[in-house]
Design a protein around this ligand. Structure first.
Ligand code: AMP
Ligand code: GLY
Length: 421
């Protein structure tokens, strides 16, 4: 098969790496890709958020199957256009992608599905939102309704802080995403991510992971897109996963069918777990980045068969072959991230790193310049390793990190700590 992956991050590098291991893959193109992806697949540059452009590229390149990595093309309806033009696609329709694109939509679906989640109110003006905050007290969570690149959530410790966040959102600090606001009960507990493939009807869990959102060791400092992840997440036990499927995931999928917008693709459920009970924090309609990197490291080439089965509506026949293993990915970022950082610094030592089924340096924000690999993003490399235990995977990942010569970069040294202490 000729395969096209849309996206340019570490998530897409790991997807490309898994797809390349599958014998069904004849040709792989990634758009736009990055320097690491270019070493294993062809890269192409065009507007991946424009369905017509993607469709014309697929025709010219005789593409059979398109895997959509990030949320932006999904929210823009690229999957709909490709399906209408006859291509096999992994990723939800624009209507189903509302599960990530609108928090109010997700809350309404959870209500209809009776899925456990935080109590909430949905507001289009500041006065009503503030009245809700005053009635409920703090801590309380203020969220911009739309896609805000992970920045639209404020956990307010006081009523005054919540009111300031409400003013910011209605004043346009979050752009169109903040025109509507969802205010939620603060949920206490431990967070974990659950990844489930869906083909409209059938759901198939493909793994659990835990991300590290804060920039500093011990979960300190500002929030980021994710500084590292590990899989599996021991807090998400088999019993809790089964509960999440029965009470949250399957009822949500059934509600999407009832609405005439069945969900196909990967569903990333952020769960808050307390006293053995999972509650939904949020859905994303794509793989997590960097959670995808640890899932792909553990699944390898079968990930392609599973995504194909989801796209073809054959998940009821599919099974996942799990090794009893663990994977860790450490994000190496440019100094200054998540604030301002420099671009263009040269990274050395990558060529001496092992690249096999247990060790991979996935690239996120890299480019090639005059034969050298240079940093062009905030999150730049995802050093990923697998082991029989979490501590073995962690040791392997940091052994690789220590071989990377990049004085302008940094990483957390404690990825996996929650599961190791
Ligand atoms: P979201 O974009 O909805 O995933 O929110 C980003 C992060 O904010 C989540 O990963 C949680 O850590 C935190 N968060 C969101 N909603 C809540 C909530 N209701 N209670 C506690 N923490 C929350
Ligand atoms: N790592 C969090 C996300 O992909 O949304």
């Amino acid at each position: 098969m000729n395969i096209l992956i849309l996206g340019s991050g570490g998530r897409e590098h790991s997807l490309a790496w898994a797809v390349m291991q599958n014998p069904k893959c004849d040709k792989l193109i990634v758009a736009p890709g990055n320097a690491g992806i270019a070493a294993i697949a062809e890269c192409a540059a065009f507007d991946i958020n424009d369905g017509g452009t993607v469709s014309r590229f697929c025709e010219a390149q005789a593409i059979d199957f398109v895997i959509i990595g990030p949320e932006a093309p999904l929210a823009a309806g690229v999957a709909d256009r490709l399906r209408a033009d006859g291509y096999l696609v992994f990723g939800p329709s624009k209507a189903a992608a509302e599960l990530e694109a609108s928090k109010a939509f997700t809350k309404a679906v959870c209500d209809a599905a009776n899925a456990p989640t935080a109590a909430y109110g949905h507001f289009t003006d500041a006065a009503a939102a503030k009245a809700y905050v005053q009635a409920n007290g703090a801590p309380i969570v203020v969220k911009a309704d739309g896609l805000a690149a992970g920045k639209g959530v404020i956990i307010a410790q006081t009523v005054a802080e919540a009111e300031a966040a409400i003013d910011d959102m209605f004043d346009g600090s979050f752009g169109a995403a903040g025109a509507e606001v969802v205010i939620e009960e603060f949920m206490d507990g431990e967070e974990a991510s659950f990844f489930i493939l869906c083909d409209g009807e059938t759901v198939l869990p493909i793994g659990t992971a835990q991300d590290h959102k804060r920039v500093g060791d011990g979960d300190t400092g500002p929030n980021t897109g994710g500084m590292g992840a590990y899989s599996p997440a021991p807090v998400l036990t088999d019993a809790i996963a089964e509960k999440a499927l029965a009470e949250i995931i399957r009822p949500t999928m059934a509600e999407m069918v009832r609405r005439g917008t069945p969900y196909q693709g990967v569903l990333y459920a952020g769960l808050m777990i307390k006293d053995g009970q999972p509650r939904l924090v949020e859905y994303n309609v794509r793989f997590g980045d960097p959670e995808c990197q640890v899932l792909m490291m553990r699944l390898g080439g079968q990930a392609f068969d599973l995504m194909q089965a989801a796209a073809e509506g054959r998940l009821s026949e599919a099974t996942v072959n799990w090794a009893d293993d663990h994977a860790v990915t450490v994000v190496m970022a440019a100094k200054g991230y998540p604030g301002a950082y420099e671009k263009g610094s040269v990274i050395k030592g990558l060529e001496s790193l092992p690249e096999d089924s247990k060790n991979m340096a996935f690239h996120a924000g890299t480019a090639e310049k005059d034969g050298a690999i240079v940093a062009v993003g905030g999150r730049v490399l995802n050093i990923t390793a697998r082991g029989a235990s979490l501590s073995e995977a962690q040791a392997r990942a940091y052994a690789m990190v220590d071989q990377v010569e990049w004085s302008e970069g940094f990483c957390r040294r404690d990825i996996g700590w929650r599961a190791l202490t």
